[in-house]
Design a protein around this ligand. Structure first.
Ligand code: SAM
Length: 261
């Protein structure tokens, strides 16, 4: 799996976007003092950090299938219960949390509807399930320039645009399929500055996620060609990447209340 990488590699690649995204996502989920929350697919803890800041470590549980990320999150946050596991099989009793959140995870779930159903199961009736995924389909995600350059050179390449939740409205469809109610959609955006092209490119060589895995499969010549194509697509000197994510929040249906047909 392309997330079996050191936590600092993730931080240099995606963490620079997901850390500021988490500030907005906890706001979107309205995480407040007194809430108990689970961070599903916590990675090295971008969202965990914001939940701890708002709720306190004792009110936050985090879970991820990547051993290196679980170790990093446990080391980063004393007092947070950090587990190894996947969204589709959460190791928690029913109704354990007020909030179940998944930042940049639904598109990597083997079965996104099952994952969201599990998030609903472990959340109390009336509690909130929220998720966000980069707008890979609309090309306003942080990796848009990279995948455009890939397609310039390799038109048949498989990018991330068809992943679950990566197109407008799809997260809401998945929440409805998972029997969540009061589904609301939105969009969050972050800006990240890069001083040089090399500062932007180097994290792609660390093997993180589908983009890193794509680069890792290339031979030296193909990797050089892709780096040059990316550089041609970006402004010379310093530049800013404006990245947007689709987000959704939905309520857990009270026990015994069935969906209208
Ligand atoms: C893009 S990272 C997001 C990490 C973190 N939430 C953040 O915002 O930085 C995707 C994460 O999802 C995790 N993941 C992959 N499949 C998963 C699944 N089925 N259930 C839960 N997490 C999963 C990966 O291990 C990785 O940590």
């Amino acid at each position: 799996m392309s997330f079996n990488v050191p936590a600092d590699a993730y931080a240099r690649f995606m963490g620079q976007f997901s850390e500021p995204l988490a500030v907005q996502f906890v706001e979107w989920a309205d995480a407040r003092t007194g809430h108990r929350a689970v961070d599903v697919g916590c990675g090295p803890g971008a969202l965990t950090a914001q939940l701890v800041r708002r709720l306190g470590a004792g009110a936050v549980v985090a879970i991820d299938p990547s051993d290196s990320f679980v170790a990093a999150t446990a080391a980063r946050f004393r007092g947070v219960d950090v587990r190894t596991g996947v969204a589709e099989h959460l190791p928690f009793p029913d109704h354990s949390f007020d909030l179940a959140l998944a930042q940049l995870v639904v598109h990597f779930m083997t079965d996104p509807v099952s994952g969201l159903r599990e998030m609903a199961r472990v959340t109390r009736a009336g509690g909130l399930v929220a998720a966000c995924v980069w707008d890979h389909a609309g090309e306003s995600g942080p990796l848009a320039t990279f995948w455009q350059a890939v397609r310039d050179l390799d038109p048949g390449a498989h990018d991330e645009s068809d992943l679950a939740g990566a197109r407008e409205g799809h997260l809401a469809e998945l929440c409805s399929a998972a029997d969540l109610t009061h589904v609301e959609s939105g969009k969050l955006s972050v800006r990240v500055q890069f001083a040089t092209f090399d500062e932007w490119w180097e994290p792609y060589t660390l093997g993180v996620g589908p983009a890193g895995a794509y680069v890792a499969r290339l031979d030296d010549d193909a990797r050089d060609a892709l780096r040059i194509r990316c550089q041609q697509r970006l402004p010379a000197g310093g530049f800013e990447i404006n990245a947007s994510a689709w987000c959704v929040r939905a309520r857990v249906r009270p026990v015994g209340v069935v969906a209208a047909s």
